[in-house]
Design a protein around this ligand. Structure first.
Ligand code: PGA
Length: 249
């Protein structure tokens, strides 16, 4: 059985003080069994998150990006090993803002996944089409290309990674894919995972939906088939709002 995953991507919001405040106010009443709750603060706030989450083992932490090298002259970057040492268990990889704002390529995404797995960090690999690609009827082509590039370098054995489908046109826009659209795309992704890993191992990979998820739409999205969780941006910044989403999981 795959866990339900409720993940919050804070992007470039919440420094250390705001992070402490968030955890002070964040006390969801989780269902039983509880969902996997993961928060991705800015890396500079990770140690504040680790401290203020003490005694709250139900909230895991992650980083929003890593470099594929272990160390070196890469100003502004941090490695997977450093993220683990600082308290991260997960890493977002290939978020659309990394791809479209910072020019990250499919190949770099693949290298980052290998680096994350090598350090025991669980990658949350993001794929998704732009509005232009959607209008051109290229959704499957784009997401499968991104997925293939991501899983191509994976070693043999059970894939310890999560996948997130985030249509770029739904991120931060208030527009959400309908539950039916999300279910159809997730089925396409799961089909490819089956081909690549066989149904048993593919079955272990949770596929999250992301793009304008909020307390008012999370329940119907989680009810869609093959939607195993959500990756939440804006609505994860406010503790009561993210608690309401976590409680739906
Ligand atoms: P959003 O962002 O929920 O603000 O649309 C989602 C994401 O980018 O992960």
């Amino acid at each position: 059985m795959r866990p339900t995953v409720i993940a919050g991507n804070w992007k470039m919001h919440h420094g250390p003080a705001a992070t402490r405040e968030f955890f002070h106010d964040f006390s969801p009443e989780l269902s039983d069994p509880p969902p996997t709750v993961v928060i991705f603060p800015p890396a500079i706030s990770l140690s504040a998150a680790v401290e203020s989450r003490r005694g709250r083992p139900e909230v895991a932490l992650g980083v929003q990006n890593i470099h594929w090298e272990a160390s070196g002259a890469f100003t502004g970057e941090h490695s997977a090993g450093m993220a683990v040492a600082a308290g991260a268990r997960f890493a977002l990889i290939g978020h659309s803002e990394r791809r479209h704002v910072f020019g990250e390529t499919d190949e770099e995404v693949g290298r980052k996944i290998t680096a994350a797995l090598g350090e025991g960090l669980t990658p949350v690999v993001c794929v998704g089409e732009t509005l232009e690609e959607r209008q051109a009827g290229r959704v499957d082509e784009v997401i499968l290309r991104q997925l293939d590039a991501a899983i191509h370098p994976l070693p043999e054995g059970a894939p310890r990674f999560f996948l997130a489908y985030e249509p770029v046109w739904a991120i931060g826009t208030g527009e959400t894919a309908t539950p039916d659209d999300a279910a159809a795309t997730h089925a396409t992704l799961r089909g490819r995972l089956n081909q690549a890993f066989g149904p048993e191992r593919a079955d272990e990979v949770p596929i999250l939906y992301g793009g304008s998820v909020k307390p008012s739409n999370v329940t119907e999205l989680l009810a869609a088939s093959d939607v195993d969780g959500v990756l939440v941006g804006g609505a994860s910044l406010d503790a009561p709002s993210f608690a309401a989403i976590a409680e739906a999981g």
